[in-house]
Design a protein around this ligand. Structure first.
Ligand code: PLP
Length: 394
């Protein structure tokens, strides 16, 4: 009989020649466990998903309660489903007034697709401005606004009429004109290796969008739900987008995403023709129940209040001659090293020693630190010791 690892390599599609191949038996809180019972402190959170930790009891209970009522009942936007409407209402209650209409999707990429279509339909324009080193998902539309040519070259033709710029490049704001439908930007760039824009830059971007009637889309798929020390990262910059993209941490470990805008903007999807955007499973009742429990837990337990303190602790401990820089905000951090070789060897050593750490799609010379927000000071100290020992060893 073949082992699970052999079956993984044989029958599940492979996306690289060097998968981590860590078999997971169970997950709880900040830890993953393999079949031998070895535990791993998770500094990646399933790529910024498990903000509450794995299997938060409130989320698990909400899932079980909903499973006992109903699963899928119809395509999105037809029947009234309590988990969906209550989650949408709760999201609206923690967002600025203009972000009150929630379109639920299955994933982050699907949220990006919906937002690009929405902006084009609302403005009746096609030009889109995106950013170098960005990541908004892997589907065709999302790939079109990805700022990394290497990932796009095999899949052309992609969407036309897209211009790319860099964060904090004020001179390039001129490419946003009254022909531009939307500017799409991760509020803090994730896969670029955590790049935080200047507050003044985001404010200038907002101003330019206002002047040209361009919709500003913030992708908070990685930054949302407390990761940066605020519920949403845009709160750190005093800039409110016209369309907000959410996913990842939104479902507490269940698949769900959303694009959120004003009712006025969103309403263009329902006319000429009707059903301008359709999804069968988007807003699945079990995912919405999990999402509502996630958001309620974040609010009730004030889960991100001590994120800035935890960031400080990481920064104070991650000091080593081989560390060039620790970048980021809150618990969305990265350790900048010199080479991928170092990153590869260090992350391998960390995993061997029970700490999961990884790198970035567009920046393989830096290591990602995105633990569950519930990580304790002792766990931060332990993980930094393992990381520093590994760095010293390469
Ligand atoms: N946007 C950002 C900023 C992301 O980090 C990701 C995923 O890593 C996505 C969009 C795509 O989300 P998904 O993998 O759910 O399609």
């Amino acid at each position: 009989m073949l082992s699970h690892k052999q079956l993984f390599l044989l029958n599940t599609a492979q996306t690289s020649d060097f998968p981590r191949l860590l078999e997971i038996e169970k997950a709880e809180g900040c830890y993953l466990y393999d079949p031998s019972g070895k535990k791993y402190l998770d500094l990646v959170s399933g790529f910024a998903v498990s903000n509450l930790g794995h299997r938060n009891p409130n989320v698990v209970k909400a899932i079980k309660d909903q499973v006992d009522k109903y699963l899928h009942v119809t395509v999105y936007g037809e029947y009234v489903q309590a988990p969906q409407v209550l989650f949408a209402q709760k999201l609206a209650s923690v967002l600025p007034q203009n972000l009150s209409s929630v379109y639920f999707t299955n994933s982050g990429a699907e949220a990006t697709e919906g937002a690009l279509k929405l902006a084009k339909k609302y403005t009746n324009r096609s030009h889109i401005v995106a950013f170098h080193h960005s990541y908004h998902g892997s589907t065709h539309g999302a790939l079109s606004v990805m700022g990394n040519e290497e990932y796009k070259q095999g899949y052309r033709p992609l969407l036309p009429d897209i211009s790319f710029t860099d964060i904090n490049t004020y001179a390039d704001l001129e490419i946003i004109t009254n022909q531009t439908a939307a500017v799409i930007l991760e509020t803090i760039q994730g896969e670029a290796g955590i790049r935080v824009p200047d507050k003044e830059y985001l404010q200038a971007l907002r101003k330019k969008c206002n002047e040209t009637g361009t919709l500003l889309i913030f992708d908070e798929i990685q930054t949302g739900f407390g990761r940066t020390g605020k519920m949403f990262a845009f709160e750190n910059f005093g800039v409110i987008p016209d369309i907000l993209l959410l996913a990842k941490g939104m479902g507490g470990g269940m698949p769900i995403g959303a694009f959120i805008s004003s009712k006025k903007i969103m309403d263009v999807l329902k006319d000429n023709p009707i059903l301008g955007h359709i999804t069968t499973f988007g807003g699945h009742p079990v995912s919405c129940a999990a999402g509502l429990a996630t958001l309620n837990t974040i609010i009730r337990e004030n889960l991100f209040a001590d994120v800035p303190e935890k960031e400080k602790l990481f920064r104070s401990l991650l000091i080593h001659p081989k560390i060039k820089e620790v970048r980021g905000m809150g618990l969305m951090l990265c350790i900048q090293l010199d080479s991928f070789k170092q990153v590869e060897a260090i992350s391998k050593k960390c995993v061997e020693n029970g700490v999961i750490i990884d790198w970035f799609l567009h920046c393989d010379t830096a290591m990602r630190i995105a633990p569950p927000l519930i990580i304790t000071n002792e766990e931060i100290e332990f993980s930094c010791k393992v990381i520093l020992d590994a760095i010293s060893g390469v």
